[in-house]
Design a protein around this ligand. Structure first.
Ligand SMILES: [Zn+2]
Length: 290
């Protein structure tokens, strides 16, 4: 987006030349620590079965993970995802503003702790030398799940944030298992170990209302521990998926394209108000302490 705008601003200096430069940078590569790779998604029906993993480059890794997400998990993704890779925290912060249209204040906050952000048809990521590493595959899968959620809801930040994060983790663990680098069972055990002494679970007060908004979720994970907050969200999503099926989660995200009502959409998709689910979830999570 910003590259195109800059190109149009250069009309007087020669439109054709500026467009060519903009295209060259956008397609191939690299300027001041910022790499841009447009990744075209293959339609799920045209993918080989099983998907042949290729984790040799940014583009190949994103396409492989996208293939698992669309074909094996059944989530929609846009035809093209722009992948932005930044070489440092500072460049990442600038990219969040210029490429991701994030406010300066939110970009400063995000760049302090985030290593990747999934936006509408965009992935904004820190540079990683080893794009086949388990952690990078998990990160890309997690952020692509957000891209899918945004596509289904036709907008960002509409659904419960804890459920968006929990589902993104759930998808990423499935991708890791499918690519043979980890197992869902091991990740679930790690999640349980991580949340055992998590303060909201000990206090039996999750306060999902606060965790449901993006600023509330950020404040809580910075205060109470990022790992535990994300893994608690994963276990809640995992519980809902086991109870209602993955399709109900897909329908939940799709419902935001028709109606931007968090409470009503939750109740319609899962058959109970959020408050009632929270009481059930407290009991479910307390079991992991035994
Ligand atoms: Zn996330």
């Amino acid at each position: 987006m910003s590259m195109v705008r800059r190109a149009w601003a250069g009309r007087r200096r020669g439109l054709r030349r500026v467009l060519l430069i903009a295209l060259a940078v956008a397609v191939t590569g690299c300027a001041q620590g910022r790499t841009v790779v447009p990744v075209r998604m293959q339609p799920a029906a045209s993918l080989p079965s099983p998907i042949i993993p290729d984790l040799s480059s940014y583009e190949a890794t994103v396409r492989t993970i996208a293939g698992v997400i669309t074909r094996d998990i059944g989530l929609p993704l846009p035809d093209t995802v722009m992948v932005y890779v930044y070489s440092s925290r500072e460049v990442f912060e600038q990219g969040l503003v210029a490429d991701g249209q994030v406010s300066r204040m939110r970009a400063a906050e995000l760049s302090d702790f985030a290593i990747g952000v999934g936006k509408r048809r965009q992935l904004l990521l820190h540079h990683e030398r080893n794009v086949a590493s388990t952690e990078w595959v998990r990160l890309v899968a997690h952020e692509l799940a957000h891209v899918s959620q945004i596509e289904m809801a036709e907008g960002e930040g509409r659904a419960e944030q804890w459920l968006a994060e929990g589902m993104a983790e759930w998808v990423s663990f499935r991708v890791l298992e499918r690519l043979g680098v980890d197992t869902v069972a091991r990740r679930r055990c790690l999640a349980i170990a991580t949340i055992r002494d998590h303060a909201p679970i000990l206090a039996r007060r999750l306060d999902l209302e606060t965790l449901g908004t993006s600023p509330g979720f950020t404040a809580r994970h910075l205060r109470e521990g990022s790992q535990a907050t994300y893994q608690m969200s994963y276990l809640l999503a995992d519980y809902l998926i086991a109870r209602e099926g993955f399709g109900s989660l897909v329908e939940y995200f799709r419902s935001f394209a028709r109606r931007a009502d968090r409470r009503a959409n939750f109740q319609t998709a899962f058959g109970q108000p959020l408050r009632e689910f929270e009481q059930e979830a407290v009991v479910h999570l307390a079991k992991f302490r035994q």
